[in-house]
Design a protein around this ligand. Structure first.
Ligand code: GLA
Length: 396
């Protein structure tokens, strides 16, 4: 699938593939789930904090037909290996590669008492792999939609990301938060979602400037091997900081770093070891930045929003230490272009992508110039493109 959004051609081509692979006879259903970029609120979700992501016009689509024998036959046009598995006795299997993500979702749904079924499925996506735009959450949310669609089951839309996150935590073994699955399931065109990951309250915030401001993605084209283990390490460090701060402040009701505001943190941060102080500082002040970003977005104040993005990046680089040379260079490259409001890494970090907010009329110039500058700084051909804010997952 090409860079642009899905179209009738994609559906026709997938239908043909499906028939080639699995034969004809039954009516094929089509589903899609989008990738995301996070505007601001990074590494806050598993700390019960605030996030502000958007779903984008990069997605995974699936052509699916129900089977009656609890078997899955799955193929992805993005990977060489086909995956076959039974719903019975499912467990993580390295040799099943990408297939573990949808299989994990099937297992978690069944354990939760939701009707599931076997299926023949063809997947096809245009989310750059390893690009940090959460293709894994997209395929999880897509699978949940496929199973609900094929069995004719309805559940609360908000339950879908909860199940998908559970699949990633328990079946895959990555201690991620809920942001990626949530935005892929519940995104809305031309809106960001403000989600409080502690209470799970959320609201769609109109991106009224969508016609005047472009979101540019810059893919560093690097992905660090240590990403999963370093991510899980950050989760543990935050938990340790919570333990220490709870004791220090004598507030037994503190469950997460998000139960402490910037002011209270200033009064007690010196009680923490240096490393944990930096981690907690990032999370607590990032929550505050999300709140400010919402006000800026609601006032169409791109200058303030851009400044917040830069502060967020600096904090992720210096305090949370999840950036890398390439991400810093891509942000620098964006900021070397005229008119750019702000830029930051997006997602977990350690490679992947950064975003920039840019006046629409400057978009092409920024894409061209930042690509050149990034190449000059790193020797790498990055990938730069504008994205639009898309709807969350559903049947096509
Ligand atoms: C990854 C995880 C999310 C979130 C981000 C960092 O994308 O899947 O849950 O923690 O990193 O904000």
């Amino acid at each position: 699938m090409d860079a642009s959004e899905l179209n009738d051609h994609t559906v026709a081509a997938m239908k043909e593939k499906f028939i080639q692979e699995f034969g004809t006879g039954k009516e094929i259903s089509f589903f899609r789930a989008p990738a995301r970029v996070n505007i601001i609120g990074e590494h806050t979700d598993y700390n019960n904090g605030y996030v502000l992501p958007i779903a984008i016009d990069r997605s995974i689509v699936a052509a699916a037909v129900k089977r009656d024998d609890r078997m899955f036959r799955m193929r992805s046009l993005n990977f060489p290996e086909a995956v076959t598995a039974s719903l019975d006795g499912l467990k993580y299997d390295l040799s099943k590669g990408w297939g573990n993500y949808p299989l994990g979702v099937a297992q978690v749904m069944e354990k939760a008492g939701i009707a599931v079924c076997g299926a023949d499925i063809i997947f096809n996506g245009n989310i750059p792999l390893g690009g940090g735009l959460s293709s894994s959450a997209a395929i999880e949310v897509l699978m949940a939609n496929i199973l609900l669609g094929l069995t004719g089951t309805t559940i609360e839309k908000e339950q879908i990301p909860v199940l998908c996150k559970q699949a990633e935590n328990e079946f895959i073994g990555v201690q991620c938060g809920i942001m990626d699955q949530f935005i892929s399931a519940l995104g809305k065109a031309n809106h960001a979602i403000f989600l409080d990951c502690g209470t799970m309250d959320y609201r769609h915030i109109p991106f009224r400037m969508a016609d005047r401001v472009a979101v540019i993605v810059g893919n560093t084209k690097v992905k660090r091997e240590l990403a999963h283990s370093a991510y899980n390490q950050r989760v543990r460090e935050c938990a340790e900081a919570v333990e220490l701060l709870r004791k220090q402040l004598g507030r037994t009701e503190i469950n997460s770093l998000s139960d402490i505001d910037s002011e209270e943190f200033t009064s007690c941060k010196k009680s923490l070891p240096d490393l944990l102080e930096k981690r907690a500082d990032h999370v607590i002040n990032e929550n505050a930045r999300v709140k400010e970003a919402i006000t800026a977005l609601e006032n169409d104040d791109m200058k303030t929003l851009g400044a917040l993005l830069l502060q967020s990046h600096a904090s992720l680089r210096d305090k949370y230490e999840v950036s890398c040379g390439e991400l810093d260079h891509i942000v620098e490259s964006f900021m070397s272009c005229d008119g750019v409001y702000g830029a930051r890494m997006t997602g977990a970090g350690f490679g992947g992508s950064a975003i920039a907010l840019v006046p629409t009329e400057q978009k092409d110039a920024v894409i061209e110039q930042s690509a050149k500058e990034y190449k000059r700084l790193t020797g790498i051909d990055g990938e730069f493109y504008a994205c639009s804010i898309a709807d969350g997952a559903g049947r096509m």
